[in-house]
Design a protein around this ligand. Structure first.
Ligand code: ADP
Ligand code: MG
Length: 256
């Protein structure tokens, strides 16, 4: 077990939409270097929880601490800058841009000098941009996307687009990566590649991960710990093998 302070600590999170309580008093923690699964039937509140963690939604109750700092009221772009990256259940990318340019959009959140000095071609900005391009190329190689660097994202398969999204997130240098169903729509060999790449994101880049996933093979192979939601409530938490055999969890899935 991990005795260091968690990188993410969400406590007593509540979020309502009109009469629906999408998230109902949930605690989620992610330790340094931990891969935590967030599972539950459709409509159980998983995506809402991720949107609360990134700041795209505000909670009605509860607090979120990240890297030792209370970020409950902090804007999404500032959370990104602090080191929270995410991928979307439905891909959201600049589809007409090339794969490489999509990668580079991830880094503008950190650019010391920003776009203006880069347009003015200042030497310092050029050096920074060259370094970022080199890192982007290394990551494209790791994700087996090198040959697509100059192609528009729309020319890629859904599986390849998902890989671009992950590579782009890693390039932004996050401490925590929130992955919303990364295996959805992937053929089995690509699921194997995805599992290996997510392990490398943690092992080589030290990225802690919160993983929403329906594919239980992915959950079993990757997650150190699993949190189960049902109708917005946390109904079980623990090791993947324990949780999938928990009668309350089986009931939650079968009851739908
Ligand atoms: P999951 O990702 O686990 O499938 P969601 O977090 O998307 O579940 O949804 C949880 C519940 O909140 C569902 O009942 C859903 O209909 C509702 N919900 C989610 N987002 C909104 C929204 N923006 N407006 C109204 N209801 C929403
Ligand atoms: Mg969802």
């Amino acid at each position: 077990t991990n005795m260091t302070r968690p990188v993410l600590e969400a406590r007593g999170i509540v979020r309502r939409f009109g009469g629906i309580t999408a998230v109902d008093g949930v605690d989620v923690t992610v330790g340094q270097g931990e891969i935590v699964g967030l599972i539950g039937p459709n409509g159980s509140g998983k995506s809402t929880m991720v949107n609360l963690l990134t700041g795209e939604l505000a909670p009605d109750k509860g607090t979120i601490r990240f890297a030792g700092k209370d970020i409950t009221g902090v804007a999404p772009y500032r959370r990104a800058r602090l080191g929270i990256a995410r991928s979307f259940q439905m891909l959201r990318m600049f589809t007409s841009m090339s794969v490489e340019d999509n990668m580079l959009t991830a880094t503008h959140i950190h650019m010391k000098r920003g776009l203006l000095s880069s347009l003015l071609n200042l030497p310092s900005a050029r050096a920074e941009e060259d370094e970022v391009r080199a890192r982007a190329r290394d990551l494209l190689a790791m994700f087996e996307l090198e040959q697509f660097a100059g192609r528009p994202v729309t020319a890629l398969s859904i599986g390849q687009q998902r890989m671009v999204e992950l590579a782009r997130g890693v390039l932004s240098g996050p401490k925590l990566f929130l992955l919303d169903e990364p295996a959805a729509g992937l053929a089995p060999p690509n699921v194997d590649r995805l599992i290996a790449l997510i392990k490398r994101m943690r092992d080589e880049f030290g990225i802690s991960i919160l993983l929403i996933e329906h594919d239980m093979r992915v959950v079993r192979e990757l997650c150190d710990r699993v949190v189960v939601l049902d109708s917005g409530e946390l109904i079980a938490e623990g090791h993947p093998e324990t949780v999938v055999n928990d009668p309350a969890v089986i009931e939650a899935y079968i009851g739908k």
